[in-house]
Design a protein around this ligand. Structure first.
Ligand code: TRP
Length: 367
């Protein structure tokens, strides 16, 4: 009986794709791996933090791999939500922000089975005490108001598989992700000690932009609904900023401790214009919160106008967006299959390694 695979995604990811893996030796030897959870549209915090970093690294000639971490969506919630739309929107936002699909790889966990398989040996390399100590996981468990699931506890190990499976050496992330990069280094080190050197220890790259807060003063987050989404219209942006928390003092000053909400708006404006936040404060002077909000609205809308135009245009062509995901996932699979092969060999799982014992058909990849 012959089984025909009609779904190109299945066909592309369950066999070794025809595309070459990304070369391990690259510009300066740096291979960038980073990612996002498809839990909602990206916002100005992503734009100022990781997105601009990624585009800069691409411009420096480093290959950038972006993981759409769909299996991480279910770490802190029940159900996956409108995942297909969210993944497409995320891809449109990456491309609109300047992540060039010809020089980068955008893939989803669920389309790269070989990556997920790396989780098994990696899980053997960490203790439950180490996992339970992870401050980011603890905070996420608390915020989810659910009991800790086994996936929430272990997803940092899966994230190590994202990074090491692509032989990433540099991981641009926010501060909350540092424990995961530390764990990834630990796993690489322990694997190498136990089975022989396969992995380099990747480093984290923190954005130089100060973290921006949400418009309510809490951490800006898709799930808190306190963001300025990249995809908001200009009017929506104005409305969001009008509702931002501030204080009643007329004179605008940059004082992150005493006036965190005002400082946050100044930080956003300054990051977008390249000015110092104190300079921006002087510019607003005695205009009060209303003038500051009006300035922030203008600066944000102006800075995002071109991105928003491209984003809207890209969202009308889902065939193209799906093609970017499929192509990226095929390339990420090629790299992950090769890594998994190195891992299997190191672990003595290369059962068909003898001459004359080459398996045929779908098992070709296990030679
Ligand atoms: N955990 C990251 C976040 O919530 C997303 C992510 C998944 C990631 N895989 C990754 C980041 C690999 C860097 C590298 O933002």
């Amino acid at each position: 009986m012959t089984i025909t695979i009609n779904d190109p995604a299945v066909a592309a990811t369950n066999s070794i794709p025809d595309v070459p893996p990304i070369p391990v030796e690259t510009a300066g030897g740096r291979r960038i791996v980073t990612g996002d959870r498809p839990t909602g549209p990206l916002h100005i915090g992503h734009y100022l933090g990781t997105l601009s970093n990624r585009v800069q690294l691409l411009e420096d000639g480093c290959p950038v791999t972006v993981v759409i971490a769909d299996y991480q969506v279910i770490t802190d919630r029940d159900g996956t939500g409108p995942l297909r739309d969210r993944v497409r929107t995320l891809i449109a936002e990456y491309l609109a922000a300047g992540i060039d699909p010809d020089r980068s790889v955008i893939f989803a966990h669920s389309l790269v089975p070989a990556l997920n398989q790396l989780l098994l040996p990696f899980l053997s390399l960490v203790s439950d005490a180490e996992l339970n100590r992870n401050p980011t996981v603890k905070a996420e468990a608390l915020a989810s108001r659910r009991s800790m699931s086994a996936l929430l506890l272990t997803y940092p190990v899966h994230q190590a598989a994202d990074i090491l499976g692509q032989h990433g050496t540099l991981v641009p992330v926010g501060k909350d992700q540092l424990p995961h990069v530390e764990l990834t280094r630990l796993i690489a080190r322990r694997f190498n000690d136990r089975y022989g050197t396969v992995f380099a220890e990747p480093e984290a790259l923190l954005s130089t932009t100060p973290a921006v807060q949400g418009i309510d003063g809490a951490k800006m987050s898709k799930t808190r609904g306190n963001t300025i989404p990249l995809g908001a219209t200009e009017d929506e942006t104005a409305a969001i900023l009008r509702s931002a928390r501030s204080d009643g003092l007329r004179r605008i000053t940059f004082d992150p401790v005493a006036r965190p909400q005002v400082a946050n708006l100044l930080t956003i404006v300054a990051a977008l214009t390249g000015d110092d936040p104190r300079q921006v404060a002087d510019q607003v002077g005695d205009g009060g919160a209303a003038a500051l909000k009006a300035l922030a609205t203008d600066v944000i809308n102006e800075s995002l106008r071109e991105l928003r135009r491209r984003r809207a245009e890209l969202l009308t062509d889902v065939g193209y967006l799906d093609g970017v995901l499929l192509d990226g996932s095929a390339r990420a699979t090629a790299t992950a299959v090769r890594t998994l092969d190195q891992v299997r060999r190191a672990m003595g799982m290369n059962y068909f390694g003898r001459a004359g014992a080459s398996p045929a058909g779908p098992f070709r990849q296990y030679r």
